[in-house]
Design a protein around this ligand. Structure first.
Ligand code: SF4
Ligand code: SF4
Length: 354
Protein backbone atom coordinates (compact mmCIF):
# COMPACT_ATOMS: atom_id res chain seq x y z
CA UNK A 1 0.00 0.00 0.00
CA UNK A 2 1.21 3.47 -0.89
CA UNK A 3 2.16 5.90 1.90
CA UNK A 4 0.37 9.26 2.13
CA UNK A 5 3.52 10.87 0.77
CA UNK A 6 3.50 8.65 -2.30
CA UNK A 7 -0.23 9.28 -2.80
CA UNK A 8 0.36 13.05 -2.66
CA UNK A 9 3.26 12.77 -5.12
CA UNK A 10 0.95 10.87 -7.50
CA UNK A 11 -1.74 13.48 -7.00
CA UNK A 12 0.76 16.21 -7.89
CA UNK A 13 1.49 14.47 -11.19
CA UNK A 14 -2.24 14.22 -11.92
CA UNK A 15 -2.61 17.94 -11.14
CA UNK A 16 0.18 18.84 -13.57
CA UNK A 17 2.47 20.06 -10.78
CA UNK A 18 6.07 19.69 -11.93
CA UNK A 19 7.88 19.62 -8.58
CA UNK A 20 6.73 18.69 -5.11
CA UNK A 21 8.74 18.29 -1.91
CA UNK A 22 8.15 17.98 1.80
CA UNK A 23 9.94 19.57 4.73
CA UNK A 24 9.48 19.87 8.47
CA UNK A 25 7.70 23.06 9.50
CA UNK A 26 10.69 24.05 11.65
CA UNK A 27 11.62 27.69 11.86
CA UNK A 28 14.01 29.47 9.51
CA UNK A 29 15.80 31.34 12.29
CA UNK A 30 19.16 30.82 10.57
CA UNK A 31 18.04 33.55 8.11
CA UNK A 32 17.21 36.17 10.76
CA UNK A 33 20.62 37.87 11.03
CA UNK A 34 20.97 38.06 7.26
CA UNK A 35 17.49 39.52 6.75
CA UNK A 36 18.11 42.17 9.41
CA UNK A 37 21.47 42.98 7.84
CA UNK A 38 19.87 43.34 4.40
CA UNK A 39 17.21 45.69 5.76
CA UNK A 40 19.77 47.79 7.61
CA UNK A 41 21.93 47.97 4.50
CA UNK A 42 18.93 49.33 2.53
CA UNK A 43 18.90 46.29 0.26
CA UNK A 44 15.22 45.43 0.62
CA UNK A 45 12.45 46.41 -1.80
CA UNK A 46 9.67 47.07 0.68
CA UNK A 47 7.54 44.45 -1.10
CA UNK A 48 8.60 41.83 1.46
CA UNK A 49 6.22 40.55 4.14
CA UNK A 50 6.53 43.04 6.97
CA UNK A 51 6.55 40.79 10.05
CA UNK A 52 10.00 39.19 10.37
CA UNK A 53 8.90 36.62 12.96
CA UNK A 54 6.14 35.44 10.64
CA UNK A 55 8.64 35.14 7.79
CA UNK A 56 10.79 32.82 9.87
CA UNK A 57 8.29 30.81 11.90
CA UNK A 58 5.72 28.72 10.02
CA UNK A 59 3.85 28.08 13.28
CA UNK A 60 2.86 31.73 13.44
CA UNK A 61 0.91 31.10 10.23
CA UNK A 62 -0.48 27.73 11.32
CA UNK A 63 -0.34 26.93 15.01
CA UNK A 64 -0.10 23.15 14.67
CA UNK A 65 2.12 23.20 11.55
CA UNK A 66 4.18 20.03 11.10
CA UNK A 67 4.97 19.66 7.40
CA UNK A 68 5.33 22.16 4.60
CA UNK A 69 4.46 20.87 1.15
CA UNK A 70 6.34 22.90 -1.41
CA UNK A 71 5.39 22.96 -5.10
CA UNK A 72 6.97 24.26 -8.27
CA UNK A 73 5.11 25.01 -11.51
CA UNK A 74 7.37 25.17 -14.55
CA UNK A 75 6.76 28.05 -16.95
CA UNK A 76 7.88 28.75 -20.51
CA UNK A 77 10.81 31.00 -21.32
CA UNK A 78 10.61 30.89 -25.10
CA UNK A 79 7.53 32.15 -26.90
CA UNK A 80 6.06 29.97 -29.62
CA UNK A 81 4.92 32.93 -31.70
CA UNK A 82 6.19 36.41 -32.44
CA UNK A 83 4.21 39.65 -32.33
CA UNK A 84 3.02 41.08 -35.63
CA UNK A 85 5.20 43.64 -37.34
CA UNK A 86 3.53 47.03 -37.15
CA UNK A 87 4.60 50.66 -37.42
CA UNK A 88 5.31 50.80 -33.68
CA UNK A 89 8.33 49.84 -31.63
CA UNK A 90 7.56 47.22 -29.02
CA UNK A 91 8.61 46.77 -25.42
CA UNK A 92 8.50 43.58 -23.41
CA UNK A 93 7.40 42.11 -20.12
CA UNK A 94 9.74 39.65 -18.41
CA UNK A 95 8.86 35.97 -18.49
CA UNK A 96 7.43 35.91 -14.99
CA UNK A 97 4.60 37.98 -16.38
CA UNK A 98 3.77 35.76 -19.33
CA UNK A 99 0.30 34.25 -19.45
CA UNK A 100 -2.17 34.41 -16.60
CA UNK A 101 -0.90 35.92 -13.33
CA UNK A 102 1.02 33.08 -11.67
CA UNK A 103 -0.38 33.97 -8.25
CA UNK A 104 -3.80 32.88 -9.50
CA UNK A 105 -2.48 29.76 -11.20
CA UNK A 106 -0.54 28.68 -8.10
CA UNK A 107 -3.36 29.48 -5.68
CA UNK A 108 -5.67 27.31 -7.75
CA UNK A 109 -3.13 24.47 -7.87
CA UNK A 110 -2.64 24.65 -4.10
CA UNK A 111 -6.40 24.60 -3.59
CA UNK A 112 -6.79 21.57 -5.86
CA UNK A 113 -3.88 19.89 -4.10
CA UNK A 114 -5.37 20.55 -0.65
CA UNK A 115 -8.76 19.22 -1.76
CA UNK A 116 -7.11 16.11 -3.18
CA UNK A 117 -5.16 15.54 0.03
CA UNK A 118 -8.37 15.96 2.00
CA UNK A 119 -9.83 13.07 0.03
CA UNK A 120 -6.78 10.96 0.81
CA UNK A 121 -6.15 11.90 4.43
CA UNK A 122 -9.42 13.39 5.66
CA UNK A 123 -9.80 16.91 6.93
CA UNK A 124 -6.54 18.66 7.85
CA UNK A 125 -5.36 22.16 8.71
CA UNK A 126 -3.38 24.12 6.19
CA UNK A 127 -2.43 27.54 4.99
CA UNK A 128 -1.63 28.15 1.31
CA UNK A 129 1.06 30.69 0.33
CA UNK A 130 2.31 32.09 -2.97
CA UNK A 131 4.95 34.80 -3.22
CA UNK A 132 3.18 37.34 -1.01
CA UNK A 133 2.62 34.86 1.86
CA UNK A 134 4.62 35.13 5.07
CA UNK A 135 7.28 32.52 4.35
CA UNK A 136 10.28 32.88 2.06
CA UNK A 137 9.35 30.62 -0.85
CA UNK A 138 12.89 29.87 -2.01
CA UNK A 139 14.04 28.89 1.49
CA UNK A 140 11.06 26.57 1.92
CA UNK A 141 11.53 25.02 -1.52
CA UNK A 142 15.27 24.47 -1.00
CA UNK A 143 14.65 22.74 2.31
CA UNK A 144 12.06 20.53 0.62
CA UNK A 145 14.61 19.49 -2.01
CA UNK A 146 13.05 21.21 -5.05
CA UNK A 147 16.43 22.69 -5.96
CA UNK A 148 19.12 24.97 -4.54
CA UNK A 149 19.24 28.73 -4.03
CA UNK A 150 21.52 30.11 -6.72
CA UNK A 151 23.77 33.14 -6.58
CA UNK A 152 20.90 34.91 -8.36
CA UNK A 153 18.77 34.34 -5.27
CA UNK A 154 16.36 32.10 -7.14
CA UNK A 155 15.52 28.46 -6.71
CA UNK A 156 17.30 26.44 -9.37
CA UNK A 157 16.26 22.87 -10.18
CA UNK A 158 17.96 20.34 -12.38
CA UNK A 159 14.85 19.57 -14.42
CA UNK A 160 13.34 23.03 -14.95
CA UNK A 161 16.17 25.40 -14.14
CA UNK A 162 14.95 28.52 -12.39
CA UNK A 163 11.85 28.83 -14.56
CA UNK A 164 9.64 27.69 -11.71
CA UNK A 165 6.92 29.46 -9.77
CA UNK A 166 6.84 28.38 -6.15
CA UNK A 167 4.09 27.97 -3.61
CA UNK A 168 3.52 26.01 -0.44
CA UNK A 169 0.96 24.47 1.86
CA UNK A 170 1.84 24.73 5.53
CA UNK A 171 0.01 21.73 6.99
CA UNK A 172 -0.53 19.86 10.24
CA UNK A 173 0.13 16.54 8.48
CA UNK A 174 2.98 14.26 9.57
CA UNK A 175 4.92 13.41 6.40
CA UNK A 176 8.50 12.27 6.02
CA UNK A 177 10.72 15.18 4.94
CA UNK A 178 12.78 15.21 1.72
CA UNK A 179 16.47 16.01 1.60
CA UNK A 180 17.98 19.16 0.10
CA UNK A 181 19.61 18.58 -3.32
CA UNK A 182 23.32 17.81 -3.60
CA UNK A 183 24.10 20.16 -6.49
CA UNK A 184 24.62 23.91 -6.67
CA UNK A 185 26.35 26.82 -8.44
CA UNK A 186 29.86 25.50 -7.90
CA UNK A 187 32.37 28.01 -9.20
CA UNK A 188 29.93 29.61 -11.69
CA UNK A 189 29.34 33.35 -11.24
CA UNK A 190 27.58 34.14 -14.52
CA UNK A 191 24.49 35.76 -13.02
CA UNK A 192 26.64 38.00 -10.82
CA UNK A 193 28.87 38.92 -13.76
CA UNK A 194 26.05 39.62 -16.23
CA UNK A 195 23.74 41.56 -13.93
CA UNK A 196 23.75 45.00 -15.57
CA UNK A 197 23.49 46.90 -12.28
CA UNK A 198 25.70 44.78 -10.00
CA UNK A 199 22.66 44.06 -7.87
CA UNK A 200 23.71 40.55 -6.84
CA UNK A 201 25.96 40.33 -3.81
CA UNK A 202 27.44 36.98 -4.84
CA UNK A 203 26.12 34.88 -1.98
CA UNK A 204 22.54 34.46 -3.19
CA UNK A 205 21.52 37.82 -1.77
CA UNK A 206 20.35 40.83 -3.71
CA UNK A 207 20.40 44.56 -3.32
CA UNK A 208 16.80 44.93 -4.45
CA UNK A 209 17.17 48.70 -4.81
CA UNK A 210 19.64 48.12 -7.64
CA UNK A 211 17.64 45.36 -9.31
CA UNK A 212 15.93 46.36 -12.55
CA UNK A 213 13.06 44.05 -11.79
CA UNK A 214 12.32 46.12 -8.68
CA UNK A 215 13.07 49.42 -10.41
CA UNK A 216 10.50 48.74 -13.14
CA UNK A 217 7.85 48.25 -10.46
CA UNK A 218 8.34 51.45 -8.47
CA UNK A 219 6.09 54.48 -8.53
CA UNK A 220 7.50 57.94 -9.21
CA UNK A 221 10.66 58.64 -11.18
CA UNK A 222 13.29 55.95 -11.74
CA UNK A 223 16.87 56.96 -10.82
CA UNK A 224 18.65 58.03 -14.00
CA UNK A 225 21.36 55.39 -13.84
CA UNK A 226 18.78 52.61 -14.43
CA UNK A 227 16.76 54.19 -17.23
CA UNK A 228 19.02 53.17 -20.09
CA UNK A 229 19.75 49.81 -18.50
CA UNK A 230 16.16 48.63 -18.83
CA UNK A 231 16.51 48.97 -22.62
CA UNK A 232 12.98 48.17 -23.84
CA UNK A 233 11.90 45.89 -20.99
CA UNK A 234 8.99 47.65 -19.34
CA UNK A 235 8.44 45.13 -16.55
CA UNK A 236 10.91 42.86 -14.74
CA UNK A 237 14.31 41.56 -15.79
CA UNK A 238 15.35 38.05 -16.83
CA UNK A 239 19.09 38.47 -17.35
CA UNK A 240 20.30 36.54 -14.29
CA UNK A 241 18.10 33.64 -15.35
CA UNK A 242 18.84 33.68 -19.06
CA UNK A 243 22.60 33.41 -18.43
CA UNK A 244 22.33 30.55 -15.92
CA UNK A 245 23.80 27.29 -17.26
CA UNK A 246 21.09 25.32 -15.48
CA UNK A 247 18.55 27.01 -17.74
CA UNK A 248 20.30 26.02 -20.94
CA UNK A 249 18.02 24.05 -23.25
CA UNK A 250 15.06 24.27 -20.89
CA UNK A 251 11.69 25.41 -22.14
CA UNK A 252 8.64 24.11 -20.32
CA UNK A 253 5.19 24.17 -21.86
CA UNK A 254 2.97 22.39 -19.37
CA UNK A 255 0.32 25.02 -18.74
CA UNK A 256 -1.63 26.55 -21.63
CA UNK A 257 -2.71 29.44 -19.38
CA UNK A 258 0.94 30.39 -18.92
CA UNK A 259 1.71 30.68 -22.63
CA UNK A 260 2.49 34.25 -23.65
CA UNK A 261 0.28 36.28 -25.95
CA UNK A 262 2.92 38.32 -27.81
CA UNK A 263 0.52 41.21 -28.31
CA UNK A 264 0.43 41.54 -24.52
CA UNK A 265 3.95 40.53 -23.54
CA UNK A 266 5.50 42.64 -26.32
CA UNK A 267 3.16 45.60 -26.49
CA UNK A 268 3.46 48.48 -28.92
CA UNK A 269 5.02 51.25 -26.87
CA UNK A 270 3.48 54.39 -28.28
CA UNK A 271 -0.19 53.27 -28.10
CA UNK A 272 0.43 52.21 -24.49
CA UNK A 273 0.80 55.85 -23.55
CA UNK A 274 -2.79 56.62 -24.52
CA UNK A 275 -4.46 53.94 -22.40
CA UNK A 276 -6.81 54.99 -19.61
CA UNK A 277 -6.67 53.07 -16.32
CA UNK A 278 -9.66 51.04 -17.40
CA UNK A 279 -8.35 50.29 -20.88
CA UNK A 280 -4.99 49.27 -19.36
CA UNK A 281 -6.59 46.92 -16.85
CA UNK A 282 -8.96 45.48 -19.48
CA UNK A 283 -5.98 44.64 -21.64
CA UNK A 284 -3.20 43.76 -19.19
CA UNK A 285 -5.05 43.21 -15.90
CA UNK A 286 -4.72 39.42 -16.02
CA UNK A 287 -0.92 39.58 -16.14
CA UNK A 288 1.32 39.56 -13.05
CA UNK A 289 3.07 42.63 -14.47
CA UNK A 290 -0.01 44.81 -14.12
CA UNK A 291 -0.14 44.65 -10.32
CA UNK A 292 1.13 48.21 -9.84
CA UNK A 293 -1.34 49.61 -12.38
CA UNK A 294 -0.65 51.50 -15.59
CA UNK A 295 1.55 54.34 -14.30
CA UNK A 296 4.90 52.53 -13.81
CA UNK A 297 4.37 50.72 -17.14
CA UNK A 298 3.67 53.95 -19.00
CA UNK A 299 6.70 55.60 -17.36
CA UNK A 300 8.88 52.64 -18.41
CA UNK A 301 7.40 52.70 -21.93
CA UNK A 302 8.58 56.31 -22.25
CA UNK A 303 12.12 55.37 -21.13
CA UNK A 304 11.95 52.46 -23.59
CA UNK A 305 10.99 54.77 -26.49
CA UNK A 306 14.07 56.83 -25.69
CA UNK A 307 16.22 53.71 -25.49
CA UNK A 308 14.79 52.36 -28.76
CA UNK A 309 15.74 55.65 -30.44
CA UNK A 310 12.18 55.96 -31.71
CA UNK A 311 11.98 59.49 -33.05
CA UNK A 312 8.41 58.95 -34.30
CA UNK A 313 7.49 59.23 -30.61
CA UNK A 314 8.72 62.82 -30.36
CA UNK A 315 5.39 64.61 -31.04
CA UNK A 316 3.66 62.48 -28.44
CA UNK A 317 6.50 62.93 -25.96
CA UNK A 318 6.37 66.70 -26.40
CA UNK A 319 2.63 66.61 -25.85
CA UNK A 320 3.15 64.63 -22.63
CA UNK A 321 5.95 66.91 -21.44
CA UNK A 322 3.66 69.91 -21.85
CA UNK A 323 0.33 68.54 -20.72
CA UNK A 324 0.57 65.47 -18.48
CA UNK A 325 -0.32 66.08 -14.85
CA UNK A 326 1.95 63.32 -13.48
CA UNK A 327 5.32 64.90 -12.67
CA UNK A 328 7.35 61.66 -13.08
CA UNK A 329 5.70 61.06 -16.48
CA UNK A 330 6.61 64.59 -17.55
CA UNK A 331 10.15 63.95 -16.25
CA UNK A 332 10.32 60.67 -18.21
CA UNK A 333 9.14 62.40 -21.40
CA UNK A 334 11.71 65.18 -20.99
CA UNK A 335 14.44 62.60 -20.44
CA UNK A 336 13.42 60.63 -23.56
CA UNK A 337 13.14 63.80 -25.69
CA UNK A 338 16.62 64.89 -24.67
CA UNK A 339 18.01 61.47 -25.40
CA UNK A 340 16.32 61.25 -28.82
CA UNK A 341 17.33 64.76 -29.87
CA UNK A 342 20.90 64.49 -28.60
CA UNK A 343 21.48 61.22 -30.38
CA UNK A 344 20.06 62.72 -33.56
CA UNK A 345 22.32 65.79 -33.27
CA UNK A 346 25.40 63.64 -32.72
CA UNK A 347 24.57 61.48 -35.74
CA UNK A 348 23.98 64.52 -37.94
CA UNK A 349 27.29 66.02 -36.83
CA UNK A 350 29.09 62.76 -37.58
CA UNK A 351 27.54 62.67 -41.07
CA UNK A 352 28.54 66.27 -41.76
CA UNK A 353 32.12 65.59 -40.69
CA UNK A 354 32.50 62.70 -43.14
S1 SF4 B 1 16.80 40.61 -12.28
FE1 SF4 B 1 18.24 41.76 -13.60
S2 SF4 B 1 18.89 43.53 -12.41
FE2 SF4 B 1 17.91 42.08 -10.98
S3 SF4 B 1 19.58 40.85 -10.18
FE3 SF4 B 1 18.83 39.76 -11.97
S4 SF4 B 1 20.08 40.49 -13.68
FE4 SF4 B 1 20.35 41.92 -11.99
S1 SF4 C 1 24.27 31.60 -13.25
FE1 SF4 C 1 25.76 30.27 -12.23
S2 SF4 C 1 26.08 31.28 -10.27
FE2 SF4 C 1 24.18 32.10 -11.09
S3 SF4 C 1 22.55 30.79 -10.27
FE3 SF4 C 1 23.14 29.94 -12.24
S4 SF4 C 1 24.68 28.39 -11.72
FE4 SF4 C 1 24.50 29.72 -9.96
Amino acid sequence: MKSLKEEIQKLAVELNIQKIGFSKADDFEYLRASLIEQKEAGHTSGFEHKNLDERLQPRLSLEDAKTIISIGIAYPNKAESKPQKTAFRRGSFSRGSWGEDYHHVLQKKLKDLAEGIEQLAGSFNYKAMVDTGALIDVAVAARAGLGFIGKNGLLVSKEYGSWLFLGELVTNLEIEADQPVDYGCGSCTRCVDFCPTSALLGDGRLNAQRCLSYQTQTRGAMPEEFREKIKTVIYGCDICQVVCPYNKGINSHFHPEMEPDPELTNPELLPLLDLSNKAFMDKFGNMAGSWRGKNPIQRNAIYALGNANDRTALPKLHDIAENDVRDYIVDAAEWAIEKLENKHKIRRREKEEH
